[in-house]
Design a protein around this ligand. Structure first.
Ligand code: GLU
Length: 304
């Protein structure tokens, strides 16, 4: 299959969708991003890659970082993970507090904010320098030593992150955050601020398409079973409050972020990353979702 030709076609098809949707502005440092940006990149487990548009331009990966920290927490072999975080879609907004009260401070899944806070808390309990460890991990899996936090974005989130802090303290009141809330949230704001390109992201998450192993170096990141399970969680919980619609249209384990990025996995075959900052009502990249839908239509690469 000529993936570059398919991506070139998508770049033409996507034009009417660019600029639609709304750039996330609740984090002030994200508000000024050009809504017309669009990039897409694929890396296959066999070493083929293809890119279009702004695929080499860095953007704020935001919630896509929740896959990184979940992988690190699983790799740390923390036996308590699934007693402290659920594995069900939440059916409510990614930053909602309501369910936490009803469910005694146990977040529904690791991909809503509260769940990601617990996962980051687990990492803080296992690793002395968690921010450095996250950087080291993401640089290793993407094979790019230049990847860094965007400190202005992290600072912007810290200054406006009252809802995240509220969630952290609320969970702490139930005993489900073990470290200092401000320290856990500092790590969380930094992981969300990671600045990466579509090309970096599609390369980084190849281990999820290859049974937990980086194909080029054959380095095992997590066991196959854990990789399968992260894919299962991405499919059921990775796309905010529209996982059902996304599974219907695209049918791939995916995770999006409010920066407008989406990572999708074709198990056994490839990792795809797409970026366009305009978000739909559900908070997912509008053009990015359309591009993935087109990719699946052109290639037949869906898990269903
Ligand atoms: N840093 C963002 C927040 O906590 C992440 C949101 C997201 O991408 O879903 O609000």
């Amino acid at each position: 299959m000529n993936y570059q030709a398919i991506l070139n076609q998508i770049q033409k098809d996507i034009k009417p969708y660019l600029g639609q949707g709304k750039v996330a502005d609740y984090i002030p440092a994200l508000a000024g991003i050009d809504p017309i940006k669009f990039g897409m990149s694929i890396h296959t487990v066999d070493g083929i890659h293809a890119h279009i548009g702004d695929a080499q331009e860095n953007f704020s990966i935001q919630s896509i970082s929740k896959i990184l920290t979940l992988t690190m927490a699983i790799a740390a072999n923390d036996a308590g993970i699934w007693k402290r975080v659920g594995r069900e879609p939440s059916g409510s907004k990614f930053n909602s507090l309501i369910q936490l009260e009803l469910e005694q401070g146990i977040p529904r899944n690791p991909f809503i904010n509260a769940g990601a806070h617990v996962i980051t808390d687990i990492i803080c309990s296992h690793i002395r320098e968690p921010k450095e460890a996250i950087l080291e991990f993401v640089r290793m899996i993407s094979m790019n030593d230049q990847i860094d936090f965007d400190y202005a974005v992290a600072q912007s989130e810290r200054e406006t992150g009252n809802r995240n802090l509220a969630m952290g303290y609320f969970m702490k009141s139930f005993g489900n955050i073990h470290n200092k809330v401000r320290e856990v949230l500092d790590v969380y704001f930094h992981q969300c601020s990671l600045s990466m390109s579509c090309s970096d992201l599609s390369k980084a998450f190849l281990y999820l398409a290859n049974e937990g192993v980086i194909p080029s170096s054959e380095k095992a990141i997590i066991p196959k079973k854990a990789s399968d399970r992260i894919n299962a969680l991405m499919l059921t919980c990775g796309m905010y409050d529209s996982v059902g619609d996304f599974a219907y249209r695209v049918g791939l384990p995916s995770k999006s972020g409010v920066g407008g990025g989406i990572v999708s996995i074709v198990p056994g075959e490839m990792s795809i990353a797409v970026w366009s900052p305009g978000l739909s009502e559900s908070g997912n990249s509008l053009a990015g979702t359309k591009a993935l839908e087109l990719f699946v239509n052109y290639t037949g690469k869906t898990i269903f």
